[in-house]
Design a protein. Structure first.
Length: 73
């Protein structure tokens, strides 16, 4: 798997996780992978990938809010 697409797999793992107790760990791993890719973006990223990373980070923020709501129950 190329570095460019590594973040896809980590994001997918976070979005598909069904165990709420593991969700925060998955979110953090995905955010780390996305930020690492964004930091290296000057060396081969495309505008489409930049937009996809921004969208993915927004999705993770929504997911993080859902986790916080679940933990607050």
């Amino acid at each position: 798997m190329t570095e460019r697409y590594k973040w896809h797999e980590v994001l997918k793992a976070a979005l598909l996780e069904t165990d709420w107790t593991k969700m925060e760990e998955r979110i953090q791993a995905a955010e780390t992978a996305l930020q690492e890719r964004k930091n290296k973006f000057l060396h081969g990223g495309t505008p489409e990938e930049d937009r996809a990373i921004t969208d993915a980070l927004n999705e993770l923020e929504v997911l993080r809010k859902d986790v916080a709501a679940w933990q607050g129950r």
